[in-house]
Ligand binder design. Structure first.
Ligand code: NI
Length: 193
């Protein structure tokens, strides 16, 4: 059990394409996942991808706690969060398929880009699958915040950080600055004459 060092934006490993996990049942994978869970708990995020802790393999962990700060922010922006609470999930060699064409925009942050956020458009509804820690097949449909977390984490496996997906770079900034000017969507609409 150990807390691992998280690579920050600028480190080349974050731009690499990670390789598939060849033996998902290997004891080394289990030890590594234990350390990733400790690291995520310590950092206080909702997800972590293996390359963020310097191992470029296709493995992500995530959880969707219903009352997380990010979920609250989603609700404040009038976006669907989903009522489902997703327990900590370990997903290896994941595959994501978008369902339908609907996308929505929401602010994202990343443990590799501390104290910053930016607005990213992503498919609302996805189907994803992969292999779990006990070798089981995981296959789920996800919407809203859950779908966003999975897409964000799996992007890391292809060397993509969320700023690469921001369409309006004016939305990218430091959290304490963004908070000063943040207007929840419903209020913004009320203000419109
Ligand atoms: Ni991230």
């Amino acid at each position: 059990m150990a807390i691992l060092k998280i690579a920050r934006m600028g480190h080349p490993i974050l731009g690499m394409k990670s390789v598939p996990v060849e033996d998902p049942g290997a004891p080394e994978i289990r030890y590594f996942v234990d350390d990733m869970i400790d690291t995520l708990d310590d950092a206080g995020g909702v997800g972590l991808a293996a390359p963020q802790v310097h191992l470029p393999i296709r493995l992500v962990i995530f959880k969707v706690p219903d009352a997380s700060a990010a979920a609250e922010r989603y609700r404040a922006a009038g976006l669907e969060v989903g009522t489902e609470e997703i327990p900590l999930t370990v997903l290896m060699n994941p595959v994501i398929v978008a369902i339908g064409n609907e996308t929505h925009a929401a602010y994202e942050g990343c443990l590799s880009i501390p104290d910053m956020s930016g607005e990213v458009h992503r498919p609302v509804h996805i189907r994803y699958s992969g292999i779990g820690l006990d070798g089981e097949t995981i296959a789920r449909e996800a919407t809203g915040f859950h779908a966003r977390v999975v897409q964000h984490e799996c992007d890391h496996l292809d060397g993509i950080l969320y700023p690469q997906r921001i369409s309006d770079m004016r939305t990218f900034g430091y959290n304490d600055e963004l908070r000063k000017s943040f207007v929840p969507k419903e209020e913004a609409e009320e203000d419109t004459p």
